[in-house]
Design a protein around this ligand. Structure first.
Ligand code: GAR
Length: 194
């Protein structure tokens, strides 16, 4: 049974889908939900599911390195085999990502390699793209650039706004991430295409 830690920064809707999925014959179980923001509403939702939670406020640290050192303590104590970033909005240093090479996943709201970084939906609409979507990938030192483990596509509709597109992509994120995690935890890294 693989042990999974999930890092969030906000509402944690993807995190909740991951928690829900890890039951029955699933090859993984959640061991920790962590956040860089004590006000992240997802923390209480995880706690309500009986999952241990921890908040390490990044604003309390003078540098990224010090924040990450503080985050590492509870994370390593939970002994995760896999770490899922699910709406975790802090950039991680290469030292941190290297430590979890090959076992840290992220979900990003674009069809990578298009639109790494922020404002992905606005950029897709602005570019006149016919399709948008989400990607789950392995986390490497380069932002939003690791090996792709799955993608879900949605059409960009006439009159689309970043918010309407984000909402439709999120529905697909909720299908994609649990499917990728299930396969990844079982040792299958073939990309999932939805
Ligand atoms: C999701 O759309 C996720 O893809 C995105 O944040 C949202 C979190 O929603 N992640 C990023 O932008 C990472 N750079 P959630 O908290 O409801 O899962």
């Amino acid at each position: 049974m693989k042990r999974v830690a999930i890092l969030i920064s906000g509402g944690g809707s993807n995190m909740l889908r991951l928690l829900d999925s890890m039951a029955g014959d699933h090859p993984a179980r959640p061991v920790l939900v962590g956040s860089n923001d004590p006000a992240a509403s997802g923390l209480a939702k995880a706690a309500a599911q009986g999952v241990p939670t921890v908040a390490i406020d990044h604003r309390a640290f003078a540098s990224r390195t010090e924040f990450e050192a503080a985050l590492l303590e509870p994370l390593l104590a939970a002994e995760p085999d896999i770490i899922c970033l699910a709406g975790f909005m802090r950039i991680l240093t290469p030292d941190f990502t290297r430590r979890f090479a090959g076992r840290m996943l992220n979900i990003h709201p674009s069809l990578l390699p298009k639109y790494p970084g922020l404002h992905t939906h606005a950029r897709a609409i602005e570019a006149g793209d016919a399709e948008a979507g989400a990607t789950v990938h392995e986390v490497t030192a380069d932002l939003d650039a690791g090996p792709i483990l799955g993608q879900a596509r949605v059409p960009v509709l006439p009159g689309e706004t970043p918010d309407t597109l984000a909402a439709r992509v999120l529905v697909q994120e909720h299908r994609l991430y649990p499917e990728v995690l299930r396969r990844f935890a079982a040792g299958d890294r073939k990309p999932v295409l939805l």
